[in-house]
Design a protein around this ligand. Structure first.
Ligand SMILES: [Zn+2]
Length: 118
C-alpha cells in the first residue's frame, strides 16, 4: 500500500523540475514555512566541496543567508517520482493584501489575516 507521506530520505537528493521541465534544483532538506506549511528546501546550485566538512544544517542555514536555497511549498508539488515536478505557477498564484501584505489565494474574496475585502 502506498504511504500517505514521504520520508525525508525519499525526498532529499531528488531533482526538482517545474511544469515546463526546467530544472529548478535539488532537494536538500524539508522544512516548514513561517505559516506552518510544509516546504521543500531546494539547492539552486551545487556546492564546491570544501576541505572543512560542516553539517548539513549549518550548510542550509548559511546558504539560506546567501540566497542559494529556495523554499517551495509542498502545495506547489504536482508529482513525486524519480524526480519532483511542480505545478505551473498560474495554479498557485497569490496576491498580496494591500493592508497587511499577507499573501492570499488569487481567487480569495477576503484576506485570511486581516479580513480586508478584495
Ligand atoms: Zn490583510
Amino acid at each position: 500500500m502506498e504511504q500517505p507521506y514521504y520520508r525525508l530520505e525519499e525526498l532529499v537528493g531528488k531533482d526538482v523540475y517545474d511544469a515546463k521541465a526546467r530544472k529548478v534544483g535539488t532537494v536538500t532538506d524539508v522544512g516548514y514555512s513561517k505559516d506552518g506549511k510544509n516546504a521543500l528546501i531546494i539547492g539552486i546550485e551545487r556546492f564546491e566541496t570544501t576541505s572543512n566538512p560542516i553539517t548539513d544544517r549549518e550548510l542550509v542555514l548559511s546558504s539560506l543567508l546567501k540566497g542559494r536555497f529556495e523554499t517551495i511549498l509542498f502545495e506547489r508539488v504536482s508529482e513525486i517520482g524519480d524526480i519532483i515536478i511542480l505545478r505551473p505557477d498560474t495554479e498557485t498564484e497569490t496576491k498580496a493584501c494591500p493592508i497587511c501584505n499577507r499573501q492570499n489565494e488569487k481567487q480569495a474574496k477576503f484576506c485570511v489575516k486581516c479580513g480586508h475585502k478584495f
